[in-house]
Design a protein around this ligand. Structure first.
Ligand SMILES: NC(=O)c1ccc[n+]([C@@H]2O[C@H](COP(=O)([O-])OP(=O)(O)OC[C@H]3O[C@@H](n4cnc5c(N)ncnc54)[C@H](O)[C@@H]3O)[C@@H](O)[C@H]2O)c1
Length: 298
């Protein structure tokens, strides 16, 4: 059983909105969703209402329960006003260090003394954020995956100062909202999932670059041989080539290495970022941004 009733989620964008909704679905917590942009809060409110409605239509949620889920959520611009009573704060603002540091300074000052403070950051280690607070022992990364209401995993990453009790509370919370926690005992760039994903994607690009096989052949090999639902090039196009490029460059700065492969760099330079621009390793024609069937080789 949860020992606290209130969760604050900071940042009502793609991830924050979904983390808040998944938490509200559990029926165990009230959730305050905070964003500095009023417009974004309204967008988030609309998206959450639409997702709840879709769950009812698909029979995953009863019509009676839908208003109760929505009733557990509140939306506001004032972080300090939302924090009293919170047992857990999950920060999901822009992936920008300065923006995050400012939020974490405020959390260190204004969050209840017994609240666990977590960041959903994909790349910023908790030690960098926790040092802005007077209680690094109560801080950890809580890395959910998009879309949170579908993807079950949450990587819980402990920093050098994170207490066992904090990890335990994070694990218990993730389980209580129906997600699967995995604890990563030491900080490392990309945590576990993205490191394995980037290693596979990088190898796939080197094979393409070396002329060993086409993107389509490599995707088919991985899907049929490893049972992955998507091949590495499909996944690169789906997530956005710019995201992978940034992460690979980042990693080689931190750990050494040769940086992103040329087949990725040249597409970035041409503005071919995957589905969102209609072209990446595949050509989506007018169906860019959707998962339509109109894929052809690029
Ligand atoms: N998008 C993904 O697939 C994904 C997956 C896992 C983790 N993440 C991580 O989650 C975090 C959020 O990513 P996202 O994709 O949801 O970003 P997003 O751009 O969709 O949303 C970020 C939100 O933060 C708000 N914000 C910015 N500064 C703020 C402040 N000072 N106070 C309150 N709100 C503020 C913005 O208005 C925006 O609504 C990032 O750290 C990212 O690395 C993203």
């Amino acid at each position: 059983m949860a020992v606290f009733q209130k969760v604050v989620v900071v940042g009502a964008g793609t991830m924050g909105s979904q983390i808040a909704l998944q938490t509200a679905y559990s029926g165990r917590y009230e959730v305050a969703l905070v964003d500095s942009s009023r417009q974004q809060l309204e967008r988030s409110r609309g998206q959450i209402a639409a997702l709840v409605q879709r769950s009812v239509v698909k029979g995953r949620l009863s019509a009676d329960e839908a208003p109760r889920v929505l009733g557990r959520l509140s939306f506001g611009e004032d972080l300090s006003a939302a924090l009293p009573g919170a047992g857990l704060v999950i920060e999901a603002v822009f992936e920008d260090l300065e923006t995050k540091l400012e939020v974490w300074r405020r959390l260190g000052r204004d969050a209840p003394a017994d609240a666990v403070l977590a960041s959903n950051s994909s790349t910023i280690a908790i030690s960098r954020l926790a040092e802005e607070t007077p209680r690094p022992a109560m801080c950890c990364n809580m890395h959910f995956f998009h879309p949170v209401t579908v993807m079950e995993l949450c990587e819980i990453v402990r920093g050098p100062g994170t207490a066992d009790e904090t990890v335990g509370r994070a694990v218990e919370f993730v389980r209580s909202i129906g997600r699967v926690p995995v604890v990563i005992q030491k900080e490392i760039h990309g945590f576990v999932v993205n490191r394995i994903l980037f290693a596979a994607a990088e190898e796939a690009m080197r094979l393409l670059e070396g002329g060993y096989a086409s993107a389509e052949a490599i995707d088919t090999a991985v899907k049929k041989g490893l049972n992955w639902p998507m091949g590495p090039f499909e996944l690169l196009d789906f997530s956005g080539l710019d995201i992978f490029y940034g992460a690979l460059e980042d990693r080689s700065k931190m750990e050494g290495g040769v940086g992103a492969p040329a087949v990725l760099k040249e597409r970035i330079e041409r503005g071919e970022l995957g589905r969102k621009t209609g072209r990446g390793f595949y050509d989506y024609g007018k169906q860019g941004g959707t998962r339509g069937d109109g894929k052809s080789r690029s």
